[in-house]
Design a protein around this ligand. Structure first.
Ligand code: IMP
Length: 434
């Protein structure tokens, strides 16, 4: 099992950090390949809680090689702060490697993100305002500043100047803001360069070497399939590709280097920001789920929208990513919530029903979910470690999901701690055990 890509199969916040953390223990290299500090991973270790935004989840294992790939957009202030904070807490971060080709989030990207949202008014996306979209836009426009530019003051100055010029009009309200003064930025980013220099590397050969030696490489996705700029609910998406195929581009490996793709989903659904969400629960039950699941953003603290598990979207995610396994997190949150609903079809605005995830925005944006109802359970399952010890209704719920999606379940999370997980033998799929 030399390489596994871990992706979000919903709208992000599925608990990928926990799954990556579990796999990272056995991995030789953990690689992040897209997104930026719009992501937030929470990892619980005993009484310690780590909230990471840019750092790959494997960093908690001393000396583990943790690569931030070229596909990631990096706010150098954030990664510097994460290095300082983890070091202060006694974590050895010497295994961190930052791709010299990754792009940098600049102060003006954050201002443009805020301005862009303000201009959209009611149509706003609800971005994290971390400058992600404008940074990827500059990358595509060939006006991006890359990590390697931090190491050469002359190049850094030239590139920032060239990137700023076309934005002068848009940035007029901030004309006098020292934050986007050329000289201030050059000095500040040079300082970041000095701090980050020991970690800057030519990243792909590190990964190739591990793959060539048959080592386990874990590619850690951020956000989720339905936030993918190509395959998600555009325009209510992020500006990168969180799907599995993106691991090749964002890390510098080929499709044949990927052996497995694990999709992570919660046992229910959440979404942050605007956009379609057919199985949303905009009621007391939705509030109960939010409180029971602690559904508030790791990055922005925003309350997450909540709803029932959407199997139409999950089956779509399974196909788009080529999932070989499913990991379901937070099953414990559903205890006492039953009866449970699972979205198995969509009903469009004209009443037609759809089995497949609709491509057309006028259907997708107005569709409501059609449900299959399953009994719930009241037992506390946080101490369960074997599938057969789960209440029968919880087993049936998992079997139903596995059958519907057609991808074997590998892991089920029953609580936030590392060991609160049920490992499932994929050689004996649940549908056969039924
Ligand atoms: P951006 O990535 O900050 O541009 O935000 C675009 C959309 O993606 C917004 O709806 C955000 O709430 C959402 N988003 C971005 N990152 C995450 C994440 O890590 N989890 C959940 N939603 C996210």
């Amino acid at each position: 099992m030399p390489s596994i890509v871990i992706v979000g199969a919903q709208w992000g916040d599925e608990g990928k950090g926990k799954i990556t953390d579990l796999l990272a223990e056995k991995a030789d290299v953990v690689v992040r390949f897209q997104g930026g500090n719009n992501a937030g991973h929470t990892i619980v270790r005993g009484d310690d809680v780590y909230k990471l935004h840019l750092m790959p989840s494997g960093i908690l294992y001393p000396g583990k090689l943790c690569v931030i790939g070229n596909g990631v957009v990096i706010d150098p202030k954030v990664i510097t702060e994460e290095i300082v904070e983890l070091t202060r807490r006694g974590i050895d971060v010497s295994g961190l490697r930052i791709s010299a080709n990754a792009h940098l989030i600049m102060p003006y990207h954050k201002l443009l993100d805020q301005e862009g949202e303000a201009r959209l008014g009611k149509l706003q996306i609800g971005t994290t305002k971390r400058g992600i979209g404008p940074c990827y836009a500059d990358k595509a426009s060939r006006l991006g500043i890359r990590v390697q530019d931090l190491l050469d003051e002359k190049i850094l100055r030239q590139k920032i100047y060239a990137a700023l010029e076309p934005k002068r009009q848009l940035l007029r309200p901030y004309e006098r803001d020292p934050i986007i003064d050329l000289q201030t930025m050059v000095q500040e980013y040079r300082r970041f360069g000095q701090r980050l220099a020991p970690y800057i590397a030519d990243a792909p050969p590190i990964i190739w070497d591990a793959l060539d030696r048959g080592c386990l490489v874990v590619f850690e996705g951020a956000q989720g399939t339905l936030l993918d700029i190509d395959h998600g609910t555009y325009p209510f998406v992020t500006s990168s590709n969180p799907v599995a195929g993106s691991a090749t581009i964002g890390a510098g490996v080929g499709p044949k280097d990927i052996n497995e793709v694990w999709g992570v989903t919660k046992a229910y659904a959440t979404r942050v920001g605007s956009g379609p969400f057919a199985s949303e629960l905009d009621d007391d039950l939705g509030n109960r789920l939010r409180e029971a699941g602690g559904e508030y953003g790791t990055t922005t603290g925003r309350p997450r929208r909540t709803g029932w598990l959407d199997l139409v979207a999950l089956r779509y995610a399974a196909r788009v990513n080529g999932l070989t396994a499913l990991a379901i997190t937070k099953l414990d949150v559903l205890s006492g919530i039953g009866p449970l609903q699972l979205a198995t079809r969509y009903r469009g605005p004209e009443g037609a029903e759809f089995d497949a995830f609709p491509y057309h925005q006028s259907i997708l944006h107005k569709a409501t979910a059609v449900y299959e109802q399953l009994p719930g359970w009241d037992d506390d399952i946080t101490g369960v470690r074997r599938f057969e010890d789960l209440p029968a209704a919880a087993q049936d719920y998992l079997r139903y999901v596995e059958n519907f999606v057609g991808v074997p379940l590998a892991l089920v999370g029953v609580g936030p701690a590392r060991d609160q997980v049920i490992e499932i033998d994929r050689s004996a799929p649940l549908q056969r055990a039924a």
